[in-house]
Design a protein around this ligand. Structure first.
Ligand SMILES: NC(=O)c1ccc[n+]([C@@H]2O[C@H](COP(=O)([O-])OP(=O)(O)OC[C@H]3O[C@@H](n4cnc5c(N)ncnc54)[C@H](O)[C@@H]3O)[C@@H](O)[C@H]2O)c1
Ligand SMILES: *[C@@H]1O[C@H](CO)[C@@H](O)[C@H](O)[C@H]1NC(C)=O
Length: 435
């Protein structure tokens, strides 16, 4: 339902406007003005009524944020439904039909492509928000489109749209990756975290719980839930009640919300705690990505150190290893047990670390990038600000290893080589990296 579908009232105004420029007939002119503005007003009402049923849920939030992000392009109609069905269609025996939220995102793109390659049905959903350059999301969308994956443009808070998707395609699984990511941005725009990571997750679970059959849900939590935990390596049994950022708090909330929906409605739910994922088509707001850009541009890069020159380190995990973990979790997910919005028996509830088990200091990350890019970085050592980032992360992955044979195989040097090759191919190696 775009503006173009509305009867051509705006065109009429233009014709009525012509007497208005007749300087001598000022009385007629003010009548024309009145008519003009009445039409504008009526037009706005018409636009409002045409748009509201399909693009916003009845209980949509009144904030500017939700209005902006729920306002998306048209959906519905037989051609659209055909496209949805075709994208979600399973093309191999025992295949899955997966709704992937956040499909135009970094991880979503790689997971969608991998599922499609092995014959599963995949339908994407993404709101293409501008947290980082949306043209990168569009490029990933174009990539997926070439392998027959359709990404519906919409918000996970749009319950009407979600219901429709489940009506058109009975998904067996949901791979929920849509979220507001980033740790420091939470101080700038806290409500975007509540909107996508809490309200959006609840909207999605509401629709899943009412779907017949209920899908199994795999979703992205984060290593950030370990917060101020100092015991290493981080194991799923460690405490996660000391988040160091609002982002971490919303992911932790997600884990508790997952418990509730599993408990009350019998939804099968698996949370994956990703540890600093990197690779081709990655996220421009992450350090390895903008370090690469700034090193190539000759700009200085901030390298954080903890108190007493303590090392800041991350358990960097290559995207292909994360994808294997996502598929492993999907393939071992048991069916949800509820139906008609009611629980029929207990259902699976899991949480897994997906990391690399080998933390690397950020200064070492920069040294690897220098060697790969053949450019010396201008390092600016700074104190790690206490605004969300933790000093180090390190995953214990034995649980995922036991349950679905998860075993990361790409070290940082090898993975960054693939990343920088992609980066230079995509942005160029010179000043073109400006984006
Ligand atoms: N990349 C990492 O290192 C990392 C680490 C831990 C957890 N995660 C989690 O993994 C998931 C995927 O992360 P990513 O790195 O691919 O991030 P990303 O930002 O590239 O992908 C998220 C996608 O979701 C979309 N989206 C956001 N809010 C939405 C909404 N309300 N409705 C519809 N679409 C929406 C965005 O447009 C984006 O394309 C996220 O849940 C993230 O929190 C990522
Ligand atoms: C890793 O976690 C498992 C439980 O999943 C535990 O048995 C094991 O001791 C942990 N390993 C380390 C090195 O902490």
């Amino acid at each position: 339902m775009t503006m173009n579908n509305i009867p051509s009232a705006p065109g009429k105004f233009k014709m009525d406007k012509s007497p208005y420029i007749h300087r001598f007939r000022w009385q007629y002119s003010s009548l024309a003005k009145l008519t003009f503005w009445s039409f504008v007003f009526l037009g706005l009402i018409v636009v409002f009524f045409f748009k509201s049923p399909s693009t916003s849920p009845p209980n949509s939030m009144p904030s500017d944020l939700s209005r902006r992000s729920l306002k998306t392009s048209s959906w519905g109609g037989p051609a659209w439904e055909k496209r949805v069905r075709s994208s979600a269609r399973i093309r191999s025996s025992n295949g899955l039909s997966v709704l992937v939220t956040g499909a135009a995102g970094f991880v979503g793109t790689h997971v969608s492509a991998a599922l499609k390659r092995r014959g599963d049905g995949v339908l994407g959903l993404d709101n293409f928000n501008d947290y980082y350059d949306p043209s990168l999301k569009r490029a990933r969308q174009a990539l997926l489109e070439r392998s027959g994956i359709y990404i519906v443009e919409g918000d996970i808070n749009d319950v009407t749209l979600l219901k429709k998707l489940f009506e058109v395609a009975p998904f067996t699984h949901v791979m929920h990756l849509a979220a507001q990511a980033g740790v420091r941005y939470a101080m700038e725009n806290p409500s975007s975290y509540v909107h996508s990571n809490i309200a959006g997750f609840v909207s999605l679970l509401e629709v899943c719980k009412n779907a017949n059959p209920q899908p199994a849900i795999i979703w992205a939590s984060s290593s950030s839930v370990y917060g101020l935990n100092t015991k290493v390596p981080f194991s799923e049994k460690d405490r996660t009640d000391q988040p160091a950022s609002l982002y971490a708090a919303t992911k932790k909330a997600g884990e508790e919300i997952a418990h509730t929906y599993n408990h009350i409605y019998g939804l099968s739910l698996t949370g994956l705690r990703f540890f600093t994922v990197y690779g081709p088509w990655g996220r421009p707001d992450m350090a390895y990505f903008f370090f690469t850009r700034d090193i190539l541009k000759g700009k200085s890069i901030p390298i954080f150190e903890a108190a007493n020159h303590g090392t800041v380190a991350r358990d960097f995990t290559y995207i292909d290893d994360i994808v294997k973990g996502c598929l492993g979790a999907l393939d071992t997910a048991e069916k949800s047990t509820g139906s008609g919005g009611k629980k029929k028996g207990s259902a699976q509830l899991r949480v897994f670390n997906l990391g690399n088990t080998s933390p690397v200091p950020v200064s070492e990350l920069v040294s690897i990038l220098e060697r790969l890019l053949k450019v010396k970085a201008k390092r600016k050592v700074m104190k790690l600000p206490r605004n969300g980032d933790v000093q180090f992360t390190h995953a214990n992955i034995s649980f995922a290893q036991r349950e679905f044979g998860y075993k990361p195989t790409t070290d940082l040097q090898t993975g960054l080589k693939k990343f920088t090759r992609w980066y230079v191919g995509y942005y160029g190696s010179g000043k073109k990296g400006d984006h």
